[in-house]
Write a protein that binds this ligand. Structure first.
Ligand code: CA
Length: 221
């Protein structure tokens, strides 16, 4: 599961980003001020950060410098207001990988996020295969025996997690954590519901339950 940290204090932008990124199957954590963002970076494992330069308590630039000083190669996409041009240049100098000016087009932002995640050295998104199943993270296309399968956002995210480590068994709490950011409420039976959905669409043996332990992909045919 790709995890993205969104450091942004504008609630409307956060809502749009959270939605758009979740549609892609990414797990999203949000930090609405600079100190929260620094704390999240210290404890969380992320694949990418979207960073607003004009953040309360710590500026985006400070966060970026601190991150690069600690030698972390986390891809950073700056999302900032047009009049922050000098900061934007400094941001790139300070080690941002890309930037986008507000107001931005969500599709463009998502395309840039995917591009950053595909870069060498970062977790690439090759097509994942397991028996008759294929999942292409860059297009979110899932096929079963060559036939496209329409999955809900959560089903997709769950299948992505399972297919990234196809021989592993995941506990329910691991799957919950991979599906949701830390500030989203999780229904106690949510995982079961999505597993049921996957089995209905992919066949009852697609996902196996290991009683008392968790879930994994079914035996490869
Ligand atoms: Ca801001």
């Amino acid at each position: 599961m790709v995890r993205i940290l969104v450091a942004e204090d504008d609630a409307m932008i956060v809502a749009a980003l959270r939605d758009g990124l979740a549609q892609e199957g990414f797990a999203v954590d949000c930090a609405s001020d600079g100190i929260t963002a620094v704390e999240a970076l210290a404890v969380g494992t992320y694949d990418l950060m979207l960073l607003d330069l004009g953040l309360p308590r710590r500026s985006g630039l400070e966060i970026l410098r601190k991150l690069r000083a600690s030698d972390r190669a986390l891809p950073v996409l700056i999302v900032t207001a047009r009049d922050d041009l000098p900061d934007r240049v400094q941001g790139l100098d300070a080690g941002a990988d890309d930037y986008l000016v507000k107001p931005f087009d969500l599709d463009e932002l998502l395309a840039r996020v995917r591009a950053l995640l595909r870069r060498p050295g970062h977790r690439a998104s090759p097509v994942l295969r397991w028996g008759p199943l294929t999942l292409d993270p860059s297009s979110r296309r899932v096929e079963h025996r060559g036939r496209a399968i329409a999955l809900t956002r959560r089903e997709y995210a769950l299948l992505l997690t399972l297919m990234q480590r196809p021989r592993s068994i995941f506990s329910r709490s691991q799957l919950e954590e991979s599906l949701y950011g830390w500030d989203t409420e999780v229904d106690s039976n949510a995982i079961e519901v999505h597993i049921h959905g996957l089995r209905r669409k992919l066949g009852p043996a697609a996902v196996r339950t290991i009683r008392g332990i968790g879930y994994g992909l079914g035996e490869q045919p």
